[in-house]
Design a protein around this ligand. Structure first.
Ligand code: HPA
Length: 253
């Protein structure tokens, strides 16, 4: 089963026909909110608002482990993360939708693994390709079918937040190879790998990163919010298309 984790601008999925809601308990505490079970285009999905349904949980306080553990426990096998980003790469502009293919982690102090105690039998996970390529391709193909332009590939730099970055930090991340910055990509992607979930992200560019484009003189949070909300309608269309694509050969699945 597919799960969708919604970020800023996507605390609900208007086109989801909700069958029931369920509060989850996990060994890691409570997820961000009740899971919404329902159907999207007649396909079963679970939806979860990463920041809570009232958008109250900041990125560094999201219980990523509880979210993913509970999804896995419900039989979820693939997860699409929807998140907003600031664009660093010159061709990324507000409103663009992009499916990243790599990630870099600048976060700290987050619970980033399920192997947390000295008596847990741990294994190192291969993280060469953080995002599941099959799911990425399905998203890209679905976006094409839904006639929603979507950029393929880019390096997501996961920052700590909740503040935005300084110009010097963005310069550094760009030198490192980051194409975009967002605050929730990690440890989510790594935890998904530990649980062997197929995981991919749809990133929505809500602003030029600090010091880039029209953010040279600062970033207006109202504009960021408005762009996030405005773009999510297109993300919803992509998601509808992804779930329909699930069984079709054309979508490479
Ligand atoms: N930086 C970090 N996270 C973000 C940004 C940004 O500029 N925009 C949206 N999420």
């Amino acid at each position: 089963m597919l799960a969708i984790i919604g970020g800023r601008g996507l605390t609900e999925l208007k086109n989801l026909k909700i069958t029931h809601r369920q509060v989850m308990r996990t060994p890691y505490g409570e997820p961000s909110g009740a899971f919404l079970f329902g159907t999207l285009n007649q396909k079963e999905v679970i939806f979860l608002a990463r920041h809570g349904y009232g958008y109250t949980i900041p990125p560094h306080l999201v219980n990523y482990r509880a979210n993913l553990w509970a999804l896995h426990n419900q039989g979820v096998t693939e997860v699409i993360s929807v998140a907003t980003v600031g664009g660093i790469r010159a061709d990324l502009k507000p409103g663009d939708i992009i499916v990243p293919d790599q990630i870099m982690d600048y976060t700290h102090g987050r619970d980033a693994t399920f192997f947390e105690t000295r008596d847990t039998v741990y294994r190192n996970i291969d993280f060469t390709y953080p995002y599941n390529e099959g799911l990425r391709q399905r998203i890209l193909r679905s976006a094409e079918l839904a006639q929603q332009p979507c950029l393929a590939g880019g390096v997501y730099g996961a920052t700590q937040g909740p503040r935005l970055e300084s110009l010097a930090e963005i310069n550094r991340y760009q030198r490192d190879g980051a194409d975009m910055v967002g605050m929730t990509g990690m440890p989510e992607a790594a935890l998904a790998k530990e649980l062997e979930l197929r995981y991919a992200a749809i990133a929505v560019v809500t602003n030029y990163a600090a010091g880039r484009g029209d953010s040279v003189s600062g970033i207006n949070m109202e504009t960021v919010k408005a762009t996030a909300i405005g773009s999510m309608e297109r993300v919803r269309l992509v998601l509808e298309s992804v779930v329909t694509c699930q069984d079709e050969v054309i979508c490479g699945n």
